[in-house]
Design a protein around this ligand. Sequence first.
Ligand SMILES: [Mg+2]
Length: 188
Amino acid sequence: MKFGFDIDDTLINLREHAFHIYNEKLKKAIGIEVFSNIKRVEIHEAFGMSDEQGKAMWNNSLEEIYYTSCPPFPGAVETLHALEKNGHKIYYITARPEEHGERSKEWLKEQGFPVQNNHFFYGMKDEEKIYTIQKLKLDYYVDDKPAVLQTLLAGSTKLYVKDQAYNRHLQNIPRIEGWSDFLKDIKI
Ligand SMILES: [Mg+2]
């Protein structure tokens, strides 16, 4: 079977990693409980920034956010290896910008994820992921963003949502709270 995965906040804990970077850069000590209660993908509100300021902060911090020590979620690397070992194909579909695609692919390999060079897609907008996912005829796809998952609801790909505070209103899509449960849930 073909399994597709979003990367940021699905396989790796990027927003929390960025939250720590913001605290450091801004010399603040906003607590992790504040982070856990942010009900949107963007994290800047916790630092009192407007959307415009937040966007600038994110873009100016991308190098650190993407390429330092962002941890995978527990069990994510192992789950993907187990799928590959059982003969399944792994695909990555990320909206990371075009200019960060190849470096991100190498970074993901360095973190231990099983990555085949021609199974890595990037540079599309969230709502454009559907074209790659349909073209690949994925059997399963996992993402964290409601906007992405909602474009895929009518298709035949089985969807899973990686649990985050901002996607709990998606009631009709099976939810991954911990990666170690995913294999048990799909039973393959
Ligand atoms: Mg994501």
